[in-house]
Design a protein around this ligand. Structure first.
Ligand SMILES: *[C@@H]1O[C@H](CO)[C@@H](O)[C@H](O)[C@H]1NC(C)=O
Ligand SMILES: *[C@@H]1O[C@H](CO)[C@@H](O)[C@H](O)[C@H]1NC(C)=O
Ligand SMILES: *[C@@H]1O[C@H](CO)[C@@H](O)[C@H](O)[C@H]1NC(C)=O
Length: 243
């Protein structure tokens, strides 16, 4: 069964058109989903406009550029430095951050630490490429990877169609400093990270391989915005039309 993106887009938009009579229930549900699904105000924004920031904006911090990954550009950006005949992976350090909606305003410290570590990377003879994803801006991208904020992801990029190793690690939001991140790189200690081997693997997961990661991300995002009465209506309509 394949869902069309436009049908999925319609769900949260419909839901946003009406006030939910179950605010309290919704709030609880949101807390539960909060880690990986964006806040419901998202439904009122135009998702197309939100994800259509054309090219990734590169910002300069010291000698290093921090790329900003978006739904449309992340793949091209990560592949950009990879030579077609490369046998050693190009390494990317990607910070998953967020603002008040997806990180409850607690990501500023890790973000500052990451920025500072990027400046320090510039003093090393070899350093990773660096990028950032703000889940407040990139809700669908974060959902499609099932990525939580306050985490560091490492991508070991090889030329397509080679499998890509992706690691992630939750950063301690209160104690992480630029030295923490620098040490992770210098020690190259992958044991401190999880190697991703799930449906949500950005390149090699079942969802990505079947072009389902983005539809599923919209679905997860949409569920959060649908009031429960609309859900019941949908289920009763759906089950009746099955009979
Ligand atoms: C985030 O929340 C804080 C405190 O509630 C507020 O001061 C700040 O302006 C908010 N930032 C954004 C970007 O909304
Ligand atoms: C970190 O750097 C990014 C990109 O240069 C910038 O947008 C962001 O505001 C910085 N964050 C902090 C906490 O300094
Ligand atoms: C972060 O570090 C502090 C101090 O070591 C510790 O008390 C806290 O439990 C840590 N938080 C997480 C989420 O691991």
């Amino acid at each position: 069964m394949r869902f069309t993106t436009s049908a999925l887009l319609a769900l949260p938009l419909l839901a946003a058109a009406a006030e939910s009579p179950f605010q309290e229930y919704k709030a609880k549900f949101q807390n539960f989903l909060g880690n990986f699904v964006a806040a419901p105000e998202a439904a009122k924004q135009d998702p197309v406009a939100a994800s259509s920031t054309k090219s990734s904006k590169a910002k300069v911090v010291g000698a290093k550029k921090i790329e900003t990954l978006s739904l449309n550009t992340w793949k091209d950006t990560l592949y950009a430095p990879v030579k077609p005949d490369a046998t050693r992976p190009e390494e990317w350090y990607v910070l998953i951050t967020g603002g008040n909606k997806t990180c409850f305003g607690h990501c500023a410290k890790v973000e500052a630490a990451f920025n500072e570590s990027v400046a320090k990377f510039a003093t090393l003879s070899k350093s990773p490429h660096v990028a950032m994803i703000n889940c407040d801006d990139e809700k669908i991208l974060c959902n499609s990877w099932s990525a939580t904020t306050g985490a560091l992801w490492i991508f070991e990029m090889l030329p397509a169609p080679a499998a890509i190793d992706v690691y992630w690690k939750r950063l301690n939001l209160t104690t992480t400093t630029s030295q923490t991140i620098l040490d992770l790189y210098v020690n190259d200690d992958k044991k401190a990270f999880y190697l991703i081997d799930s449906y949500f693997h950005p390149f090699d997961g079942v969802l990505a391989k079947n072009d389902l990661a983005v539809p599923v991300a919209y679905l997860l995002w949409g569920f959060n915005a649908i009031p429960s009465w609309a859900m019941m209506l949908f289920v009763s309509f759906f089950s009746r039309s099955m009979m």
